[in-house]
Unconditional design. Structure first.
Length: 225
């Protein structure tokens, strides 16, 4: 976990507003469910496990969430936001896009963004396991939300590479699907070295696709031709 783990509430009377208390409890519960599920998996994790890890009372839990699934879905949203936040910080993006310098070589932009993506997964490993692995045990709504997140990543990749047609978008979808499989195996093994090692060969293969014009771009001419 990152250093941004939610702080515990002080004992006794608190000067915090009810809204702030709920925000802190929600944050603690989301972090706790991600951590416990990283160890035990979705099915074996109980509300009691989450309460023990978070230090939040059962009464407080049910004031914030309706069920374990409700808490999981909130944690999934936190995972999504953390991933995007880390990505923006690492590649110098802003609310207008991942990279402001559109004049740079698209493959250089892709390599920087993809390296940042892998580092973000490594930094937030419990949340990473939650949205890559445990999501499939949480049911149809969680899987639908996972698919929506994947579509967002496809859109980001398309914007990064300037994709303009359906064929290029399909190539983006293939790259994202392959990436998901490769990083999921490493995350399932808690192997951060293997996770980061996905980067260089995948970047090389994406560059090959780019040079072949598979993203709807013009192929790079062969100077020896």
């Amino acid at each position: 976990m990152s250093d941004s783990s939610p702080r515990r509430l002080p004992r006794g009377r608190s000067a915090l507003s009810p809204e702030e208390v709920e925000r802190i409890q929600r944050s603690r519960l989301c972090a706790a469910i991600a951590e416990v599920m990283a160890e035990k998996g979705y099915v074996a994790t109980s509300v009691a496990d989450v309460l023990q890890r978070s230090g939040v009372s059962r009464q407080s839990f049910y004031q914030v969430f309706d069920s374990k699934l409700d808490c999981f879905m909130a944690a999934f949203d936190v995972a999504r936001e953390l991933l995007l936040q880390h990505l923006m910080e690492m590649v110098g993006g802003d609310e207008h896009g991942l990279l402001a310098d559109a004049a740079r070589d698209p493959m250089d932009r892709f390599e920087q963004a993809f390296t940042a993506y892998l580092e973000a997964l490594a930094i937030e490993l419990p949340y990473t396991r939650l949205f890559l692995i445990e999501v499939y045990a949480a049911g149809p709504e969680a899987i639908r939300r996972r698919a929506n997140l994947q579509d967002t990543i496809i859109d980001v990749l398309g914007d990064l590479l300037g994709v303009r047609d359906d064929a290029g978008r399909f190539t983006c979808r293939m790259v994202v699907a392959a990436t998901s499989t490769l990083v999921t195996n490493a995350v399932a093994d808690n192997d951060l070295d293997a996770l980061r090692a996905v980067g260089p060969p995948l970047v090389r293969n994406v560059r090959t696709l780019w040079e072949a014009g598979a993203f709807g771009n013009r192929p790079v001419p062969d100077p020896s031709a």
